[in-house]
Design a protein around this ligand. Sequence first.
Ligand code: ADP
Length: 190
Amino acid sequence: MYNLVIFGPPGAGKGTQSDKIIEKYQLKHISTGDMFRAHIANKTDLGKEVQSIMDNGVLVPDEITIRMLESEMSQHTDIKGFILDGFPRTVAQAAALDKFLESKGQKVNLVLELVVSQAEIEQRIAERSKVSGRADDSAEKLIKRIDEYFTKTVHVLPYYQAQGKVSKINGIGEIEVIFGDIAKAIDGSL
Ligand code: ADP
């Protein structure tokens, strides 16, 4: 199994690049944001629990997120590996993931850090909010989500840097050029 974490601020292009990675490497995509949105759309108990949290752009508590992620990962055994998008977002989540994978004789193989400036992110999300219809894409929610990234989520990077697993990718420019850099990093870690 090959497990990849794609990492970067909101609007960094994680979704776009994930689609291309899945196509080339046939990894199973898990986006915790997509999973939460599906729960909300289906009005599940979990969806009801997280709706207001997500609408406000703050992180869902670790315990809920980790439980959901592990249950999803456990359902896919006969696959080449996972690409995790939007998880882990805290050091506690990263540690829980390591423990979970270790119990299955696996590990995180590579962490791709998509590097994009804050100015570029704000511009991209302002564009996306016009078309996505996502409740959390409005200006003030966006500021909150970026703030959550720079206060909580960035600490996940040193955690993985200490393990020598982070590959920095310039996230500004042509989608295909960025993907070329990503493919090189993945191929070098296979
Ligand atoms: P982004 O555009 O920021 O990448 P996502 O779709 O990944 O957005 O996540 C949207 C929201 O879902 C987050 O703002 C947060 O409320 C919740 N969420 C997603 N993943 C996690 C996580 N790993 N831990 C806590 N909350 C999460």
